[in-house]
Write a protein that binds this ligand. Sequence first.
Ligand code: ADP
Ligand code: MG
Length: 384
Amino acid sequence: MKPKHGAGADGPVSRIGEFGLIERILEKFSIRNRRSVLVGPGDDAAVITCGRGAPLVLTTDMLVEGTHFRLEWSCPEAVGFKAVTANLSDVAAMGGAPVGIVVSLGVPASVTTRAVDGLYRGISNALSRFGGELLGGDTVRSERITVSVTAVGVLAGDRPLLRSGARKGDFVCVTGYLGRPELGLLLLRKYVGRYGGSRSSAMLAWARREIRDFRERIPAGMRRDGYACILKHLMPAPRMKDAQLLARQGKNGPSSMIDVSDGLSSDLNQLARASGVHIRVYEKRIPVHPSVVNTARRLGISAALAAVSSGEEYELLFTVPPSRLKSLTRVMSRNGGANLTVIGEVTEAQAVTGRSVVSRRGAVSLVSQGGRQGALTHRGFKHF
Ligand code: ADP
Ligand code: MG
């Protein structure tokens, strides 16, 4: 990539936000080698060709203590597991199958070997379940625990499934059921709370903790559903098999795809923006997980809002022309794939297109239960 130079106004990054910051970074680069770089920045992962080999899928994602997880609300195994999921989910979103990962680990000197063992147990479990090998990494001292993973995969079909392929008239579909991670986090905050002791005792408690320890903290009346939400928040699974199945359908498969990592509201906007289209979704069609319905009722909050804002779902969000939907649904159910729900449609092409990763315009509308239509903007977690 060739850097372009230019001065811009200075100021805190919080003023432009995560997507504004990414856009600002990427504005200064353009791909020089289009023969090797099939998909550059702006999608879930890059796709490159090396020599005469099959195209490779390449992506990276990092978990940082205090931002993505808290010592009180997690355990080492869950952090390792989720670091793999976050990456493999981006490989899945391109229609890829994992080959392996490299892991950069930053830990304070006081972290115990038991904690690192736990982290790598989580990494190992995730790789066994979803595919890929540990290929290497780097180990450094850092103030906060940081796990940065880079994943490499190969395409399962003939071509990558891009964010930019949605066309007017397509249905908008999502796999599985939404909302659990958001409520899992809320329950951890409410019933597990903050640790009052020193950081070193919090680190020791973190190292010894196992995921099932959280179960007892949830009030008995909501324990089953609440724990289901916590499990999905702490150890989410990527949709590897489903993504590969979808990708292998080729011309009969999805026209575009993205994984739900920032929240349905945000990822719908990313998809619409990348495709240069408007999307309309219907609140009543959004598949809310039954555990979310039950838990939200007990907590007195909106299950539907949780389902559109909830990040780190790692479900697949894709578009498909109506003529292909039936066969796609049949293929999925025959192969034990995920439940598919049509939540809306692509209504029109946008006037402005581009490879931008930022969604500033109102590209997505939500029709509420009552039939009112309004703009659906980012409702999930914001880094800045
Ligand atoms: P995802 O949620 O799928 O991981 P992100 O929203 O994190 O995607 O990133 C959007 C796009 O911007 C991706 O293609 C990613 O590779 C790219 N990107 C994000 N951060 C940076 C960065 N610091 N430098 C270069 N590219 C970046
Ligand atoms: Mg993604």
